[in-house]
Design a protein around this ligand. Sequence first.
Ligand SMILES: Cc1cc2nc3c(=O)[nH]c(=O)nc-3n(C[C@H](O)[C@H](O)[C@H](O)COP(=O)(O)OP(=O)(O)OC[C@H]3O[C@@H](n4cnc5c(N)ncnc54)[C@H](O)[C@@H]3O)c2cc1C
Length: 501
Amino acid sequence: MRTQLPLRPYDVVLIGGGIMSATLAMLIKHLEPSWSIAVYERLPEVGAEASAAWNNSGTGHAGLCELDYTTENPDGSIDIEPALELNEQFQLTRQLWASLVQSGVLRKPETFINPVPHMTLARGRQEVDFLRRRHETMSAHHLFANMRFSDDPEVIAEWAPLLTTGRGDSEPIAATRDITGSDVDFGELTGQLFHWLRWQDVEIHRSCEVRGLRRNNDGTWQLRVDWRTDNDRLTRKVDARFVFAGAGGWALKILQKAGIPEAQGYGLLPVSGRFLRCDNPEVVARHEAKVYGRAPAGAPSISMPHLDTRIVNGDRALLFGPYAGANPRLLKRGSLFDAPASLRPGNAGAIAGMLKSNSDLMRLLVTQVASTRKKQLAALRDFVPEARAEDWTLITAGQRAQIVKPDAERGGVLEFGTEVVAAQDGSIAAVLGATPGASTAPVILLEVLERCFPRYTRLWEPRLRELMPSLGQSLAKDPRLARQTQARTAEALGLAGRVVG
Ligand SMILES: Cc1cc2nc3c(=O)[nH]c(=O)nc-3n(C[C@H](O)[C@H](O)[C@H](O)COP(=O)(O)OP(=O)(O)OC[C@H]3O[C@@H](n4cnc5c(N)ncnc54)[C@H](O)[C@@H]3O)c2cc1C
């Protein structure tokens, strides 16, 4: 192993080559084209971890189908605020992608996003009643005006025949359907963004792992990068004024190496995800939707079962799952020591408290690991009653790293969202957590920009508005603007654009 002398200080260094780094680098290149940017990715390819097409479900999360974004209030009314917030965030994502397609940064939209209706399935009287009331509340809002409800099995059979064929009529069912939903290939999107960045003189170094990080006397950061070539391995020291840890499940590890106080107390719970995948064209042709159901009692939202149409490289397939399980890795291609190595005196209490207050979840994750093929098929047949075992193959998706935070009462709590953690001086930042993740990357990264470059906020605003025209305005409160924006991005991205109300 050889060690090389420091290279020039970069304005920006991004650790990790997933959708987060790709999106942030692209935004910075639009805002400050002269800034020097380098990306270091430990794998030989970019977009090969959680962002890869088959490592996630490819749902363009817009609050249309996921039950966990709507809850019932004690008075029986339905709180749709979280769904509205998510929808607004995805509308910004759509605007950004539409602008990038129009300016030629991204290729034809069908290479990475396709219209796929989003549905929610309810089974049993209680769930059907909830779904009906949820639909009444949601469809009254202009952002969800396209949502349809039916408790008629014949209508549901028209929408998604795999759900109804062979299903007895012993329990009532109902469904909602919104045709404005989408399937996204985040891996392809990541690849296209990096392709463009390479042409903008952004250095993208693959097979390069950032192993160490320390502050220089002038406040910049020095990164120790392990550089692998076919027949050599060298260590380089790289200086940066700003560091973004877009390292997915390893982002906390980077912050811990940096030693910033803002990261203290945070822990991570790794959760593995497996899915059943079907490529039989006859079965695939009979389903075109992403259908979400309710997670089993006591299980977290990440175990919400869903049956997805996936469109990857122009080929269609179906995905069912997830079968979430326990696994100590924080990246799919991480190490068995990841979770233990992330333990620190500052977060051990939070982890212990979280494990204690989530014992049902821990049991579920452990039992899911040992789940038999028979049980996996039984869960699938709850959705697709006539599913044949020979059509479905088990695949392993990406690792989720859920956030654990200290809590005064319980010691530690498990969170299912994403969170930006940044040093007070704005010189380093990271995104922790997995959901809704890739769909809302632009909003998450706007927060990184705001917190880390506050002096530039006003200067950058007009350029950001060119990319996302509704930025700073509320689509939830402005039906006309919402209609115009949805119609414009639907056209630019080839999505279903019928907007009512
Ligand atoms: C099972 C599953 C289903 C999901 N479904 C959806 C969905 O339907 N819709 C949605 O919007 N989101 C979904 N997500 C979330 C989404 O996939 C993630 O939020 C998103 O891909 C995270 O992107 P990222 O760039 O932060 O991380 P990643 O794509 O994981 O990229 C991180 C990169 O950093 C590299 N790296 C790490 N450490 C280092 C280091 N020290 N040096 C150099 N490189 C390093 C890794 O090799 C990796 O390439 C899902 C996630 C999972 C796991």
